[in-house]
Write a protein that binds this ligand. Structure first.
Ligand SMILES: NC(=O)c1ccc[n+]([C@@H]2O[C@H](COP(=O)([O-])OP(=O)(O)OC[C@H]3O[C@@H](n4cnc5c(N)ncnc54)[C@H](OP(=O)(O)O)[C@@H]3O)[C@@H](O)[C@H]2O)c1
Length: 157
């Protein structure tokens, strides 16, 4: 059976390019794209006409459904989630995806995969606080993935 792949942010830079590459390589996968509204749905549909790609947005099925509700419902059905839409900054949407993935009763034999595009803006906190944006980082503000992992994991929320 084809994997069910949920992609967010396809109208954006990362999501648009990633989905294009994914679809070119695996046109037989079962894709669901979550967008924000009908206008976006039409935009994406024009790019992928005559395909089985499912495109959903809040209010399409039920006016009461929020974007988080849609994400949760679609994540419940997905094997793989590629989340790029506002992913670095929106905890509500990320938690909705997590709820959906957890609700599905996964097992080690049938896991789900979640690819969550993050951002590195948080590492610029010092420069932003001290009005130094655009200058070279201070040596004390360098973050090494390994040597500085404790500092990275204890950054303020
Ligand atoms: N570009 C980079 O180099 C880079 C690097 C590291 C991390 N990131 C992070 O990766 C994510 C995607 O970046 P991008 O460059 O692809 O951004 P982008 O081109 O601005 O695209 C943003 C996407 O998110 C959607 N979106 C915007 N605001 C939203 C909201 N409030 N709720 C739901 N969806 C929303 C947009 O949909 P609409 O079409 O409806 O506006 C669009 O599909 C961001 O979180 C960004 O911080 C980006």
């Amino acid at each position: 059976m084809s994997p069910k792949v949920l992609v967010t942010g396809v109208t954006g830079y990362i999501g648009g390019d990633a989905f294009h590459a994914l679809y070119e390589a695996n046109p037989d996968f079962d894709y669901t794209l979550v967008v924000r509204n009908k206008e976006r749905e039409e935009l994406v549909r024009r790019k992928y006409p005559n395909t089985d790609i499912k495109i959903v947005y809040p209010g399409a099925a039920s006016p009461a459904m929020s974007l988080a509700d849609v994400l949760e419902e679609e994540a419940r059905k997905a094997d793989i989630v590629l989340h790029t839409a506002k992913s670095a900054d929106d905890a509500v949407q990320a938690k909705a995806i997590l709820r959906g993935l957890q609700a599905a009763g996964r097992s080690p034999e049938h896991p789900a995969y979640w690819i969550h595009v993050s951002g590195t803006g948080i590492l610029q906190w010092y420069d932003q606080t001290h009005n130094r944006v655009g200058q070279l980082p201070l040596p004390s503000e360098k973050y090494d993935d390994i040597a500085d992992i404790d500092r990275i994991l204890t950054l303020l929320d």
